[in-house]
Ligand binder design. Structure first.
Ligand SMILES: [Zn+2]
Length: 317
C-alpha cells in the first residue's frame, strides 16, 4: 500500500469509535472488540471468522488468512502472562485487518488453496528487530488499538486534570479493559502535565516515556537507566500491586535526569507475576524549557526500549 492510500490509524479508530458511540452510547466500554471486528468485516468478501486463543510462543498475536476461502482469523497468545493484553492484541490485529491487509477474493483461491503468504505475526515490539516498513505497520496497529479502546476525548474526561493515583488508574483499566501499562502509556501521551513513566525490571528501566511538557523541560527516560536505590519500585506492594495508593512526594536528589534533580511525586506498582515495576513520576508545573540538542524528538521510538519484553503501549496490556 503506498503512502497516499495509507489510512490514518487514529482516524480509522476514531471513525469506528464514533459509530460505537452512536449505537451504544455510554455502554460502549470496554469495547467489545471481537464483536466489532466481526460486525465491521462481515460485509467484506474476506471477513474475520474465528478469533481464538492459542499457543504462540514468542508471539502476541497473529492475523492469518484462511487457507481455503477468502477470510481471516485472529489468534492471540493465551499464556496467562498475556491475559491483561488480550483485548489490546485483538484490537491490534483488527488494526492490521483494517489498515494493512491485502483484500482477498475468490480469485486468490482458484487453485483450491491460498498461494500467497500475507499473514501478520506480531511479536513484542523491539526496535532493532524490525525492518522499517514492519515497524511502521506495527506502530500503526498499536495506535489504532489504543485509540479504539481508549478514545482520547473520553479518557481526558475521566481524568479531568487530576493527579494520577492508584484509584484513578484502576478506574481507567476497568473502564477500557486494558492493562495498567497501556493505560499509563496513553495518559503520558496526552497529558499536559509534566510526568514520566518507567517500566523496569531488576532495578533498570526496560523502557520509559516522558510527557511532552516533561520532555521539553529536560526529562528523558533512557532504557537501561538504573532506578535510584530509594525508588519505591524496589519495595513491597499492597494487594493491588501499588506501593501506596497516592503519589508520595520525594525530595530533590532522589530522581535525577539530564536537567538535574527536583522534587517529584512518585507512584509505583510492582507486578511479581510479570516481574516488572511501573513507576509514574509527576513533576511540578512551571519548569523552564531547556534546549535539547542531541536527544531524540519526543515521539521517537527510541525513547522506548530496545530490549525489554514489554512493548510500549504495551503490556499494555
Ligand atoms: Zn502486528
Amino acid at each position: 500500500m503506498d503512502d497516499e492510500k495509507r489510512k490514518s490509524p487514529q482516524k480509522e479508530a476514531n471513525r469506528l469509535s464514533t459509530m460505537l458511540r452512536l449505537v451504544l452510547g455510554e455502554e460502549r466500554f470496554p469495547v467489545d472488540v471481537e464483536a466489532l471486528a466481526r460486525e465491521v468485516s462481515r460485509n467484506n468478501e474476506d471477513p474475520i471468522g474465528r478469533i481464538m486463543g492459542g499457543d504462540l510462543p514468542g508471539f502476541e498475536g497473529m492475523l492469518r488468512p484462511h487457507k481455503k476461502r477468502p477470510g481471516w482469523h485472529i489468534v492471540y497468545n493465551d499464556d496467562p502472562r498475556y491475559r491483561g493484553r488480550v483485548r489490546f492484541t485483538i484490537a491490534h490485529e483488527f488494526g492490521h485487518y483494517q489498515l494493512h491487509r491485502p483484500p482477498l477474493c475468490a480469485g486468490d483461491y482458484v487453485s483450491g488453496a491460498l498461494q500467497r503468504d500475507c499473514g501478520f505475526e506480531c511479536k513484542p515490539l523491539r526496535s532493532n528487530a524490525w525492518r522499517d516498513a514492519e515497524r511502521q505497520r506495527e506502530e500503526e496497529a498499536d495506535t489504532f488499538a489504543s485509540f479504539l479502546l481508549m478514545p482520547l476525548d473520553d479518557y481526558r474526561h475521566q481524568v479531568d486534570g487530576q493527579e494520577m493515583t492508584a484509584d484513578l488508574l484502576g478506574h481507567i483499566t476497568d473502564r477500557y479493559g486494558v492493562s495498567l501499562t497501556a493505560a499509563c502509556r496513553k495518559w503520558i501521551d496526552f497529558t499536559e502535565k509534566r510526568a514520566a513513566m518507567i517500566v523496569a525490571r531488576d532495578g533498570f528501566a526496560l523502557w520509559g516515556r516522558a510527557s511532552k511538557s516533561a520532555f521539553e523541560s529536560g526529562i528523558f527516560v533512557r532504557s537501561g537507566m538504573p532506578l535510584p536505590d530509594e525508588a519505591f519500585a524496589g519495595l513491597g506492594s499492597n494487594g493491588a500491586g501499588f506501593t501506596s495508593d497516592t503519589p508520595v512526594t520525594r525530595p530533590e536528589g532522589i530522581w535525577s535526569f539530564r536537567c538535574g534533580s527536583e522534587p517529584v511525586r512518585e507512584l509505583a506498582m510492582v507486578s511479581e507475576f510479570l516481574d516488572i515495576s511501573i513507576t509514574i513520576l509527576q513533576f511540578d508545573t512551571g519548569a523552564v524549557s531547556v534546549d535539547i540538542e542531541e536527544e531524540e524528538p519526543w515521539d521517537a521510538f527510541d525513547q522506548f526500549n530496545s530490549g525489554g519484553q514489554f512493548r510500549p503501549g504495551g503490556d499494555r496490556r
